[in-house]
Write a protein of this length. Structure first.
Lengths: 298, 310, 341
């Protein structure tokens, strides 16, 4: 502190001790450093994905099926066409299942159930579902659909497992958005004499749509990246097929299988597939964010 | 001026700073100019118990002087060149309509104004003769020397009563000696000791509004500041609690210089030695409280004080 | 817009015909049934899972299964303790490494960061959640593990006097690297929840601390962190739940040693990994044992997530009274959107 003697003396007792100043600087530097450290893995992953993944990309990469040949390199190993298409098919079906059911339950929770004990129970169970490890969903579906019926893996069974995974996410995000629809909006429609179902379909849902689409896209992005639920429900083919009743390949499973291969070319293909998958997921996230910005609610 | 009637308690204060007061006390300014309004703080409901508690050791205080203070929120100038003096060991009230810049001005004194993103201040704020805005001065030290009591009582919710008062002390190693003693002194100074002595470990947030505010005052007192700024400290409190705090202020000025922002003119009349009237970011008038309310120089002051606007 | 239909016969003027009320009824009961279905489904799955696991429990006894220390497929002896410990060790590591970093990011983003950087920083941290777990496994095993092997060996040698941490040969898949990658995976969720709780600290309390003459860090220490404590702990527990349930990255990175690894840098196994690895060819009691492992995993995540949600919800509710909005939604939404295995 500067200035003249008398006030300095008098006010010196308030001065910030060097120790405190040091602690403050140190702590703030530490927090900044930790934040920087948190971002390092992201940079490394992006770098590695690009470096190794781009190298594997080629036209044949996207247009040929994997051949299952894991010992020789070069073109004999094939591309990932069936994996990409399989992921799209399986996730599309999963969404077709999870989205209507999820939104339906969310609508019920907000419009009908509200805070009744039954609704609270449902919310609790949805919470429970959120925490279930994805591999357990695979087990569930396996028990019911594979063991139970004596049949084998199939694409649609994988979809059901993924749908179970998506369900709590869709329900939760839809519920949040629906709660944000102003009560006044509902009330004015009801006051005009509209029946409940019209209010929901013509007023509430359209207003909530962008927000719900965001939530759905995020759920889809998550499901697209899941491997474990597919391991014992959909697995076991390399060929492209459009029959969800049969075996189906998928990107995460393909990557997983290739990871353990001793052949470099196969591992490189895994990187290429990983890059493809991450790009797909990032695109979904991006679209979700853009749509949420247009939402008038949140 | 206290209900005890004695003015002896103010004898240790620099005589010059209370000459105005004395004059009025002794009716030297003419008949009818005694600060009759201030005698309202006579024997009141809970006066006796708090009076016994609220004892602070008198100490000559420091005055604050604002020179050409301007405060900005981004581009908007809220305080437009203020020259103002707060005399040591006195209570100065700042009155004025909403938005006139009183809170902003006060927050410049302890440099809290700059905590708001985009806010800045120019000019000098002199604590004694040290410019608080001098680049060599540490803002943390300023805030320790100039305490603040906020509009809404804000004791730290996760801390006990004891910890709340000790919070400021614990920040500095210099402050740590005899923690219990210092906490007790601070609580006595805030007139809260008798009410909480048995329950210092209970959460601070469990007290009533008035008690919480006195807790905040104790918290500020504990670090022994030279000045205490009060930004509408009673606006969230009921009349009984308000009265208790006003009595407190009367005691506290023996040790610290007090600046109190208030919307309530009667409050200013009750507690303040001098009152400043601000309008639109500027100082309109400052003078002895009695003068401002009964015989203001500026017509705008008169209009405000008589309720024509505000 | 449907208007009140006109009276017919002896119905009142303003009543609607049963036909007109049908869509409303259908919707209400239909959706109620849907909600009930969800409940029923979960209970049903749980019951079936227990059913499938029963043979293994019958063979080993519940305690014997959970705490038996030997997972020996060929001898048909299934003690899940090495798996359970593997799950717990890697998850604990993930917490130890991940939570402080996540909380630090949250502190930086809410209190110290220049305003313009706040949004980009948040987006970047959230991006970590967009990476699927199989890619984490891939990156971990081919990039991170080899890169760190040298340093891990150095640490193991230096700390050889500490049992379980030092003194062994570092393999590429090991507990430590698994825990490290898990830490990176739980970073976004813990950070997001911490950030959200911290941003709800009332300015009042922060000003009170600053007004007392606290430095910025001191203000964070006495006004922000204590206020957010239960929210942050809740977030950490949600991260824990995620780490426990994580399958694929762990399977790739932990190795597949059916017994407890000797030290931190050795191979091990986890509940989820054993299911992923062995399910394909498992038969009979082995298969049942895997279901049992799944059950243990399920119950574990249930407990952790249940406790976590209680904490997060309580923290959110406590701070939402001023906002007047139902905040249990956004906070748990954050958790949902980024949780998973």
């Amino acid at each position: 502190m500067s200035a003249n003697a008398t006030s300095s003396d008098r006010l010196a007792r308030f001065a910030l001790s060097p120790a405190r100043r040091r602690k403050d600087r140190f702590a703030r530097a530490g927090v900044l450093a930790a934040t920087a450290i948190a971002l390092v893995p992201l940079a490394l992953i992006v770098y590695y994905l690009l470096r190794k993944g781009l190298g594997a990309w080629s036209t044949s990469f996207f247009t040929t099926d994997p051949t299952g040949n894991t010992f020789f390199g070069g073109s004999s190993i094939g591309g990932i066409k069936s994996a990409i298409l399989g992921t799209i098919e399986i996730v599309a079906l999963a969404s077709a299942i999870a989205v209507p059911i999820g939104i339906g339950v969310a609508v019920w929770l907000v419009e009908y159930g509200k805070s009744s004990w039954f609704a609270q129970t449902v919310r609790f169970f949805v919470d429970v579902l959120t925490g279930v490890p994805s591999i357990v969903f695979g087990l569930f579906v396996y028990i019911v659909l594979v063991v139970g019926t004596g049949s084998t893996y199939a694409g649609y069974k994988g979809s059901i497992a993924l749908a179970l995974l998506m369900l709590p996410v869709v329900i939760r995000s839809a519920e949040v958005i629906l709660l944000l629809v102003p009560a006044a909006l509902r009330e004015s429609a009801l006051a005009l004499g509209a029946p409940r179902w019209r209010v929901i379909f013509n007023i509430v849902l359209p207003t909530a749509l962008p927000g719900m689409v965001t939530g759905v896209l995020l759920a889809v992005a998550r499901a697209a990246g899941e491997t474990a639920p597919l391991l014992f429900t959909a697995d076991a083919t390399l060929k492209t097929n459009f029959n969800l009743g049969g075996f189906m390949n998928s990107l995460p499973v393909q990557i997983y299988k290739d990871v353990t291969s001793p052949t470099t070319a196969v591992v490189n293909r895994a990187w290429g597939a990983a890059l493809t998958l991450v790009v797909m997921i990032l695109l979904l996230n991006l679209v979700a964010r853009l749509i949420s910005r247009r939402s008038r609610l949140a | 001026m206290t209900p005890d009637g004695s003015t002896s308690e103010v004898t240790d204060v620099d005589p010059e700073s209370r000459s105005e007061l004395d004059r009025q006390e002794q009716g030297l300014n003419g008949p009818g100019t005694e600060p009759a309004a201030r005698r309202v703080t006579g024997p009141t409901i809970a006066a006796a118990p708090t009076k016994a508690d609220a004892r602070v050791e008198a100490k000559p205080g420091l005055g604050v002087k604002l020179e050409g203070l301007r405060a900005f929120y981004g581009q908007a100038e809220q305080v437009k060149g203020l020259d103002l003096e707060f005399r040591a060991n006195e209570v100065t009230a700042i009155i004025g309509p909403s938005g006139c810049g009183k809170s902003t001005m006060v927050r410049c004194i302890n440099r809290m104004h700059e905590e708001i993103p985009g806010a800045r201040a120019e000019g000098r704020v002199l604590l004694d003769d040290l410019n608080v805005y001098d680049p060599a001065v540490d803002v943390v030290a300023v805030r320790r020397a100039v305490g603040m009591v906020f509009q809404k009582p804000n004791p730290f919710p996760t801390m006990s009563i004891f910890d709340n008062v000790a919070a400021g002390l614990r920040l500095s190693s210099r402050g740590r000696g005899d923690m219990r003693g210092k906490v007790e002194t601070a609580l006595r100074g805030a007139g809260l000791w008798s009410e909480v002595a048995e329950r210092l470990d209970e959460p601070g947030a469990g007290l009533s509004g008035g008690q919480q505010q006195r807790l905040c005052i104790a918290r500020s007192l504990a670090v022994d500041p030279e000045v205490i700024l009060m930004d509408e400290p009673c606006s969230a409190l009921d009349p009984v609690a308000t009265l208790k705090i006003e009595e407190l202020i009367d005691e506290l000025k023996r040790r610290v210089t007090i600046v109190i922002v208030t919307h309530n003119m009667q409050q200013a009349a009750r507690v303040a030695d001098r009152t400043a009237f601000m309008l639109d970011g500027e100082l309109v008038e400052i003078g002895a409280t009695q003068e401002i309310f009964t015989n203001p120089s500026d017509s705008r002051t008169e209009e405000y004080v008589t309720g024509k606007f505000g | 817009m449907e208007a009140a239909s006109l009276p017919g016969g002896d119905r009142g003027i303003l009543s609607r015909s049963p036909l007109a009320r049908l869509p409303d009824r259908a919707l209400k009961y239909g959706l109620t049934a849907l909600a009930a279905l969800i409940l029923a489904l979960i209970v049903y799955f749980f019951v079936r899972l227990v059913g499938q696991a029963r043979p293994a429990f019958a063979k080993e006894g519940v305690f014997g299964f959970v705490f038996g220390n030997d997972w020996n497929v060929s001898a048909e002896h299934f003690g899940a303790l090495p798996l359970l410990l593997g799950t717990l060790i890697t998850s604990a590591l993930a917490l130890l490494i991940g939570v402080p970093v996540a909380v630090a990011t949250a502190i930086y983003a809410t209190e110290l960061c220049p305003l313009r950087l706040r949004a980009p920083l948040t987006v970047l941290v959230e991006l970590l959640a967009a990476v699927p777990s199989v890619v984490y496994g891939l990156w971990g095993i081919f990039f991170l593990a080899p890169k760190l092997q040298g340093s891990e060996q150095w640490v193991a040698d230096r700390l050889s006097f500490i049992p379980f941490i030092g003194g062994g040969l570092v393999t590429i898949p090991n507990y430590f690297i698994t825990g490290l990658v898990l830490a990176i995976m739980i970073l976004p969720i813990v950070s997001a929840i911490s950030r959200e709780v911290m941003s709800t600290v009332p300015a009042d309390h922060k000003e009170a601390a600053l007004g007392l003459g606290a430095t910025r860090w001191e203000m964070i220490r006495i006004a922000v962190l204590p206020y957010c404590r239960s929210g942050i702990v809740g977030g950490a527990m949600l991260g824990l739940g995620r780490a426990i349930g994580e399958t694929i990255a762990v399977t790739i990175l932990i190795g597949d040693a059916p017994k407890l690894g000797d030290h931190l840098f050795a191979q091990g196994y986890s509940l989820a990994a054993v299911i992923a690895n062995e399910f394909g060819e498992a038969q009979g009691v082995h298969r049942s044992a895997l279901f049992a492992a799944g059950l243990v995993l399920f119950v574990l995540t249930l407990l952790v997530n249940g406790a976590a949600r209680l904490l997060v919800l309580r923290a959110a509710r406590g701070t939402s009274s001023a906002a007047g909005k139902q905040t249990s939604g956004p906070t748990t939404l954050l958790a949902d959107a980024t949780a998973g295995a």
